[in-house]
Each structure stands twice: as structure tokens, then as C-alpha cells.
Write a protein that binds this ligand. Structure first.
Ligand code: ADE
Length: 327
């Protein structure tokens, strides 16, 4: 309704409804950088058509190709496309590309990373807050697994928080899609809705030789089976959730050496201590999530039934519950 609302975006087709065509950088007003990774930059932006604030993940094509990361980009797009209708998963709104870059337009998680809240708390979140966010993580990861997706890089940096302080799982670049293709397309003859073939390389997960499949994820949260060249399974995500639950309650991750090698040694020896001040039920659950043998590790279904969650209401959708305040 303002006089200048349309002067910024040069439109290709006179007044084509934005939902009907592939978008371009000109559809967005780019603002400050929200985060930088080794292969991407996330920038806050506003959709010029709807005024909606979004987070745009920008990947440099030359860099991706040179570093042989095309598979990870394809996996991230496939996983987000499959999963991002869920309220606890960051929503993928659009993808497009130009000569230099690939763009993932994501729902903006206004309150940033869970890690920042854990850091602010210094020696751990309140028990009720840790319980609530552990429950949200379990529900979100159970959903991923039910869709045949392993996240493989769960950590507090990848747990984003919306404006209403519910989690939004992000960063599916390390994910593994256990089922080859997403839901069967209704009409095989129909043209694909998405013409962005640039990020659509085939998902032949782990076709790489042993040396290059060495380790996906982050040292502090990697499971012992992955360190021993065994395949990641659903239990590997449970291990990472155990590390995050510990970190929410204690303020630091359970396994942290002076370098990645020292961290790996601690993980393989299960060398961690839960401080005495930690709630006994929480301690017991962490103990069962951080079992070395993936087959002996607690399942997410059993974790929900654990005494730590006694009195927790699993029947009301968690996104309709009010999160306990974080510092
Ligand atoms: N950083 C990375 N992805 C983000 C998102 N979707 N929202 C806010 N910050 C982010």
C-alpha cells in the first residue's frame, strides 16, 4: 500500500504472480548476514512481494564444485523438500540460482541458535526448559526418522528458535536419505514444478570410498560407531541428542578434548562425568542415550516413556504448548 512498494523488483513477466514463476535475487531485499559456514552464507532478507522476513542460504557454485560438495547440496535440498512441512523443521520456501550462486530461501528463525541460550545460562538451563527442548528435539528427530532421514549433524548450532521460541531444525547438508526417492510424483508425464536442476544431483549417499566417507558431523557430537567406520543409523542421532541434553543441563558438551583427536578418544572410552547437581532422572536418561553400542542405546520411543518425562504431556501437540522461559 506504500507508493514505493514495487519500484525495487524488476519483473520479468509483466505481473506474473510470484508463486507461479521461479524467483530470483531481485525478489528479495537482502540485509545483514545471520551466519557463515564453510560453504555457505545465510543472509536475512525481505520478500518484496509479501514483506515476509526470510533467511536466504547462499552457496557459491564454483566453491561447491571445486570442493566436491555437490552431493551435500543436493541432499540438503532433497531433505528439506521432504521434511519442511513439519512445524519443528525450518521451512524451505523457494530455491533458485544465478550464474554464481545457489539460493535456499528459508523461513527465518527469529531467535537464532539454541547454543546462544545455553551459553547465556553458563551452567545449564533450568530443568523444565531442558526437558521441554529435549522433548521438542525428540519429536522433531522422530519425525525425520519416520520419513527415512538421518540428520547426522545434530548440535545446538543447528537447533534454531522461532519467534515463539519453538525449535526449528536446520542444516540438512549432512543428512542421509534412507529411502531413495521422495513420495512418488502423482503424474509422471507432468513437467517438474522445480526447474532448478543445478542442485538436483543424484542422491547416491555414501557411494564414496571409505577414505572420503570418513566422518560427517561435528567432533563433539559424533557417535562412537561412526568413529569406528560403522554406518550411521537412527541411534547415531540419539547419541547426538544425548550430548545436547547433557549440554543443556550442564552448560558444556559431555565430550570435549583439546583437539578433535582428543575428543574422539573421550567418546570411544565413554569418558564423561555428569555433575552431582544434575537431576537423577536426567542423569539416567543421558546414561541410556550415551551407550557405546548403538544396539543397546535407548530408542526415541522409549526415551519418551522415561521417568525424566514423567508428567510431561506428550498428547497435546508440543508446538501448541508454551515453552518455559530461557535466560
Ligand atoms: N541461520 C541459519 N539459518 C537460519 C534461519 N533459517 N533463520 C535464522 N537464522 C539462520
Amino acid at each position: 500500500h506504500t507508493a514505493h512498494a514495487h519500484v525495487h523488483a524488476p519483473r520479468s513477466g509483466a505481473s506474473s504472480p510470484p508463486a507461479m514463476r521461479k524467483r530470483s535475487p531481485a525478489d528479495y531485499d537482502f540485509a545483514q548476514t545471520l551466519g557463515e559456514g564453510s560453504y555457505s552464507t545465510v543472509v536475512r532478507a525481505t520478500d518484496r512481494h509479501s514483506d515476509r522476513v526470510v533467511a536466504i542460504k547462499i552457496l557459491d557454485k564454483r566453491h561447491i564444485v571445486k570442493e566436491k560438495k555437490t552431493k551435500y547440496v543436493a541432499v540438503e535440498k532433497a531433505a528439506l523438500t521432504l521434511l519442511s512441512r513439519h512445524p519443528l523443521v525450518v521451512h524451505l520456501l523457494a530455491t533458485f540460482q544465478d550464474a554464481q550462486s545457489l539460493y535456499f530461501v528459508l523461513e527465518c528463525a527469529e531467535n537464532g541458535e539454541l547454543l546462544a541460550y545455553i551459553r547465556r545460562a553458563h551452567d545449564g538451563l533450568d530443568l523444565d526448559a531442558a526437558r521441554f527442548y529435549a522433548a521438542e528435539l525428540i519429536i522433531a528427530v522422530e519425525y525425520l526418522h519416520s520419513m527415512g532421514v538421518l540428520h547426522r549433524d545434530l548440535k545446538p548450532e543447528n537447533v534454531l528458535l522461532s519467534s515463539d521460541m519453538h525449535i526449528k531444525l536446520a542444516d540438512f547438508g549432512s543428512a542421509k536419505l534412507l529411502r531413495p526417492e521422495s513420495p512418488p510424483r502423482p503424474a509422471p508425464a507432468a513437467p517438474p514444478r522445480d526447474t532448478d536442476h543445478g542442485a538436483d544431483a543424484h542422491v547416491d549417499a555414501d557411494a564414496a570410498p571409505k577414505s572420503t566417507r570418513s566422518f560427517v558431523g561435528t567432533a563433539e557430537y559424533v557417535s562412537p560407531e561412526l568413529l569406528q567406520d560403522q554406518p550411521a543409523g537412527a541411534a547415531s542421532d540419539v547419541w547426538a541428542l544425548g550430548c545436547i541434553l547433557y549440554q543443556m543441563l550442564v552448560g558444556r558438551p559431555p565430550f570435549k578434548g583439546s583437539n578433535d583427536y582428543q575428543t574422539f578418544q573421550k567418546i570411544l572410552k565413554r569418558d564423561f562425568i555428569i555433575p552431582d547437581r544434575i537431576d537423577p532422572d536426567a542423569r539416567d536418561l543421558i546414561d541410556k542415550m550415551l551407550v557405546l553400542d548403538p544396539n543397546g542405546r535407548i530408542s526415541l520411543a522409549d526415551a519418551k516413556q522415561h521417568a525424566f518425562f514423567s508428567g510431561f504431556d506428550w498428547t497435546t501437540p508440543i508446538w501448541d504448548q508454551t515453552p518455559p522461559p530461557l535466560p
